[in-house]
Design a protein around this ligand. Structure first.
Ligand code: ADP
Ligand code: DP6
Ligand code: CO
Length: 321
């Protein structure tokens, strides 16, 4: 019986932002993430006599969203000698292309759905490599908890592994959806432009140290260290964007307002840190005891924003259709 593949999104605490090889999606840095429980993609495949088809959230896709999926399908089909045309049916329980990591859950779920459909018996490591070819961040969504994507130097050596699949750490992520509309500049394009920044080399050079520090914060169960390092790493990523030639930013006025709110909360003794990906939305890292106060502060400062309180999610799973 063919299954639905479910993959959760992951948010990087040490970010992937730069490629050594665009086609193979080999990164210039290793990254470390937290898989989330509240955001995920469910994907399943069907054979068709017609052309390849992509249905997202019940709607037939006809734009660039579809081109990227078809390109990836062709890659999978060529790799495993499959000639069928396929219908990809997917539901995103996450805003699509808004900087909330939809590509991480999407391509992990698609890779897993493909392997399930054709009964390919891949190890987690092989599945991570396969997902990476669809979207780099998807390599990490194979696993729950904390995952590390070791950059590697080749298709064979670039994959993610679980650092801790079921962490006991008191760590929560409040996603503040300031603008859930699809972004104009994809992550793929953004990270390519970022390479023109004079700070791009220092950004890469700091990766070894930042990753090592983050791993030791996790092992020491040190929330303060984890949060500060994550906030610094995200700020560095956005600094290379604003100093690229030409400069650009994913921030919107509300993004700055949210950053200031996090800083104010901290001054008041409510410990929290932000991280931001390729989009205007802000994720706040905190501990259980502060969730209520932080959510209240965001609700007071912003009208009608969707706020989702997440914690650790699980790795790839398969559901009956
Ligand atoms: P995000 O910040 O959401 O990860 P990206 O620019 O990295 O944004 O990737 C968004 C792209 O991922 C979409 O334009 C689409 O091509 C692809 N995508 C998103 N959700 C799905 C899905 N459920 N199935 C297949 N592809 C998807
Ligand atoms: C800022 O994995 O979306 O979220 O490999 O080109 O698909 P592609 O990029 P993608 O980039 C993610 C960028 C990020 C940081 C991260 O998740 O590590
Ligand atoms: Co993405």
């Amino acid at each position: 019986m063919k299954k639905i593949a479910r993959a959760h999104t992951n948010i990087a605490l040490i970010k992937y932002w730069g490629k050594a090889d665009a086609k193979l999606r080999l990164p210039l840095m290793s990254s470390l993430s937290m898989t989330l429980d509240k955001f995920y993609s469910d994907t399943y495949l069907e054979k068709t006599d017609g052309p390849n088809t992509f249905i997202l959230n019940g709607e037939l896709q006809s734009n660039s969203t579809k081109d990227r999926v078809f390109k990836y399908l062709e890659l999978l089909k060529n790799k495993y000698g499959i000639t069928d045309n396929l219908i990809v049916n997917s539901i995103n329980h996450v805003p699509t292309a808004a900087g909330l990591a939809s590509s991480s859950s999407a391509f992990a779920a698609l890779a897993a759905a493909f392997c399930n459909y054709y009964e390919l018996d891949l190890s987690k490591k092989e599945l991570s490599r396969l997902a990476r070819l669809g979207s780099g961040s998807a390599s990490r969504s194979i696993y729950g908890g904390f995952a590390v994507w070791n950059k590697g130097t080749s298709d064979e050596s670039s994959y993610a592994y679980a650092l801790e699949e079921h962490p006991q750490m008191d760590l929560h992520l409040i996603a503040v959806e300031l603008n859930a509309q699809p972004k104009k500049l994809s992550s793929t394009k953004g990270m390519q432009l970022a390479q023109t920044s004079p700070f791009f080399k220092p950004w890469i050079d700091r990766n070894d140290l930042e990753l090592k520090d983050m791993e030791s914060a996790i092992h020491a169960d040190d929330f303060t260290k984890l949060g500060s390092l994550a906030e610094l790493n995200a700020s560095e990523m956005h600094a290379v964007n604003s100093t690229a030639v030409p400069g650009f930013t994913y921030f919107e006025p509300d993004t700055i307002k949210a950053i200031k709110l996090v800083q104010n909360l901290r001054e008041q003794g409510i410990e929290c840190y932000y991280t931001i990906d390729a989009g205007p939305n802000v994720k706040v890292l905190c501990q259980l005891r502060n969730i209520k106060n932080i959510v209240k502060a965001f609700e007071t400062s912003f009208n009608n924003v969707n706020i989702v309180v997440a914690s650790f999610g699980s790795g790839i799973s398969y559901l009956d259709r």
